[in-house]
Design a protein around this ligand. Structure first.
Ligand code: NAP
Length: 337
């Protein structure tokens, strides 16, 4: 089969090439999927470039990544199933994520075929395309794990999503709106129409307006970009309001080269034991099968309606990663092998 193979860490244009590789054998609990779409997201960029350096010690691979094929989130058709697979059969249309646990690892999805544990897949709802479905798993899990249950906090919660035009922010807007929240979405000028399409009640252009220059407006600040310290948001939090940092290294330009935004995340975690505005971070990973089932439901009922900007063939993965890092995409970027 054809696959994108990564020779080492570095500039995507230097380290990635399409090669002929053996089609992966299917294990007893696995499904082999003919990949129709695989999404491009910041964690793929991190593993291809090897930044921050610490990811190499966290399971990605010290000298070069293992496996050597990037990509984690996919949608496609079941081609064959292992002996113990009961939930799927050849021809089923599915979507899912090839890795579990640590996010900074290659998952071999940028290929014509990939094998996936059956519990990491769900049926693709007929109303969404392969490309749309492939954008959901990683961004969905990050959002679902970190977005507080707004329903428990009462109707009309005022939510601020900073960095709302990316994969996680877009998902946060749609999930918060479905809980009845009033959503203010912040991103670059060129993304404001996208934010409105996603359902934001109010949009703010971060190039002209400082969102932290207000008093007590928000019950939740969901900060994907983390371009300001927590202290800058204290003023905009209403009484009882909470601040959630997702953490974005801005493709190596903002985080530390060795440790990225990890020190900052640990600092907030430590503070969350004494500051009620910082929720305790979720330590347990969500159950994969249950999460995928939930995403199936949210796509099927239209709560999530992912916006895809562009698709690229396998041999243009470096261009796709460059577009992601440049921040020019209006919606998600998808590889179509
Ligand atoms: N906390 C966790 O559990 C966890 C787990 C895994 C991964 N992550 C991290 O979560 C992040 C996921 O983000 P994503 O997929 O949503 O990234 P993304 O698609 O790059 O989106 C980030 C958005 O923020 C915008 N932005 C940049 N600077 C801004 C500013 N100053 N003010 C407002 N908006 C700004 C970007 O616009 P431009 O494109 O125009 O710059 C972009 O639209 C990744 O960094 C990933 O590593 C977190």
């Amino acid at each position: 089969m054809r696959a994108v193979v990564q020779a080492g860490y570095g500039d995507p244009a230097d380290v990635l090439a399409v090669r002929a590789v053996p089609t992966p054998a299917v294990g007893d609990d696995e499904v082999r999927v003919r990949v129709r779409a695989a999404s491009v997201h910041p964690d793929v960029w991190h593993v291809v470039t090897g930044l921050p350096w610490v990811l190499r010690l966290m399971g990605s691979g010290v000298r070069r990544p293992t496996p050597p094929i990037p990509g984690t989130d996919l949608a496609g058709e079941v081609e064959s199933v292992g002996a113990r697979v009961t939930r799927f059969r050849p021809g089923d249309e599915v979507f899912g994520e090839t890795i579990t646990g640590m996010q900074w690892r290659n998952g071999a999805a940028y290929a014509e075929y990939v094998t996936v544990a059956q519990d990491a897949l769900a049926e693709k709802p007929a109303k969404v395309t392969f490309a749309q479905a492939a954008t959901v798993p990683t961004a969905g899990l990050i959002t679902w794990q970190n977005l507080p249950d707004l329903g428990l906090r009462g109707a009309g919660q005022r939510v601020l999503v900073n960095g709302a035009g990316g994969g996680v922010g877009a998902m946060a807007i749609q999930l918060a709106r479905s809980s009845g929240a009033h959503v203010t979405a912040v991103d670059h000028t060129r993304k404001l129409d996208l934010l409105r399409t996603l359902g934001a009640d109010r949009v703010v252009d971060h190039t002209t307006d400082d969102i932290t220059d207000r008093d007590g407006e928000f019950d939740l600040v969901f900060d994907v970009v983390g371009n300001r310290p927590f202290a800058a948001y204290r003023r905009v939090l209403a009484t009882g309001g909470i601040y959630v940092l997702i953490g974005h290294d801005h493709f190596g330009t903002h985080g530390r080269r060795w440790l990225g935004s990890i020190p900052r995340m640990f600092g907030l975690m430590a503070r969350s034991t004494v500051d009620r505005r910082l929720p305790r971070p979720p330590f347990a990973a969500p159950d994969r099968r249950e999460s995928m089932g939930r995403f199936h439901g949210l796509l099927a009922d239209g709560t999530l309606d992912p916006v895809v900007d562009r698709t690229f063939p396998l041999d243009q993965v470096p261009d796709a990663l460059a577009l992601l890092a440049a921040g020019r995409a209006l919606g998600r970027i998808v590889i179509t092998p």
